[in-house]
Design a binder for this molecule. Structure first.
Ligand code: BDR
Ligand code: CA
Length: 331
């Protein structure tokens, strides 16, 4: 059991999802954070599939004590479009590992849970790994939501990078552009935007995967089963050898902010037309508006993989750091 005393408390909002599941496993195993709740939102997969995958991850690390809240089943306005082409019908790369998982979510829905939790100032942060529908709904119930949370980290958006579901839009903000727009306009605390500019540099390569299997055959095998579909998708779609694991970077950055750097800016999310879901970053201050977000642009991907693999595979950081150097695994 982790020593809860000095750990920072987080609520993870998620739509698992292959990379969400990796992020959950990493967060649950990290000695630096205490995951106090997990909320599920429609995104990569419908919520009822996402919740199964959350419990699959909880079972892997023996943490059924963590409450799970079901959230929005569809975006606020636009029709729901899942990313099952990317993550598989079961959201876990069609490995069917979570098929028989029993789910026991809370009765309260995610939006109410957020609204109630952040009715008063809390030393709790939120890391959102999916569309921002739950957060937008919670803001509707409690306008002080952002003021009462410690930090808000969102995997989503793209500044200079191209999008991954349109030329300009990243999936989480594209899936529910109205929610993302509301959250950027109204949250009231800085949004730490872990977008495609940095996550595209987080590629789990075949070498890293093989290495993981040597270091920890049981966990390495699970990683391999879950990511095969994602590998295939990346090859066919983007000619990338390996897969981009976006969501674990948001968690790693939350814990170790020095992994990434960027700048503060005012950001709006477009919710209509061909640029639906685009994160418009006023980097040159045309609009003279106070910054509402921190845009990450640089990441130390080798340091990320040392941290991520060390925690997920239960291997000392020094071992991984040395191997990554000797075997040139980060290149
Ligand atoms: C984001 O969209 C989803 O497909 C991933 O889980 C990640 O959160 C990347 O655009
Ligand atoms: Ca996700």
């Amino acid at each position: 059991m982790k020593g809860v005393g000095e750990m920072r408390k987080v609520i993870i909002d998620s739509d698992p999802g292959i990379d969400d599941s990796l992020a959950l496993l990493y967060a649950l195993k990290s000695p630096e954070i205490d995951v106090v709740a997990i909320c599920v939102v429609a995104g990569n997969v419908p919520v009822e599939i996402g919740v199964k995958n959350v419990y699959y991850c909880l079972d892997l690390v023996n943490r059924r004590d963590i409450p799970v809240y079901l959230g929005a089943t569809e975006p606020l306005v636009v029709p729901f479009v899942s990313a099952q082409d990317t993550h598989g019908f079961d959201g876990l790369g069609e490995c069917h590992l979570a098929q028989a998982t029993i789910v026991t979510p809370q009765e309260q829905r995610a939006a109410e849970f957020y609204a109630q939790t952040f009715a008063h100032p809390q030393e709790i942060s939120v890391i959102a790994l999916g569309p921002l529908t739950n957060i937008a709904q919670a803001l509707d119930l409690n306008v002080n939501l952002g003021l009462n949370m410690q930090r808000f980290v969102s995997m989503g958006g793209a500044y200079l990078s191209h999008g991954n579901c349109s030329p300009v839009a990243e999936y989480n903000y594209w899936c529910d552009p109205d929610a993302a727009k509301i959250v950027y306009e109204k949250l009231g605390c800085p949004i730490e935007m872990v977008g495609l500019d940095v996550t595209r540099k987080i590629v789990l390569t075949p070498n890293l995967l093989q290495y993981s299997q040597y270091l920890n055959p049981q966990m390495g095998e699970i990683l391999a089963k879950i990511t095969q579909f994602y590998f295939d998708f990346h090859w066919q779609q983007e000619h990338v050898l390996g897969c981009v694991i976006n969501d674990p970077l948001a968690v790693a950055y939350f814990i170790h902010t020095q992994l990434c750097s960027g700048f503060d800016s005012y950001v709006i999310i477009e919710n209509q037309g061909v640029s639906r879901g685009q994160s418009l970053v006023d980097a040159h201050d045309f609009w003279r508006k106070p910054a509402n977000a921190k845009i990450l642009t640089q990441v130390d991907s080798t340091a990320f993989f040392v941290e991520f693999l060390a925690i997920v595979l239960d291997v000392p950081h020094e071992v991984i750091a040395q191997d990554m150097k000797n075997l040139k695994l980060g290149e």
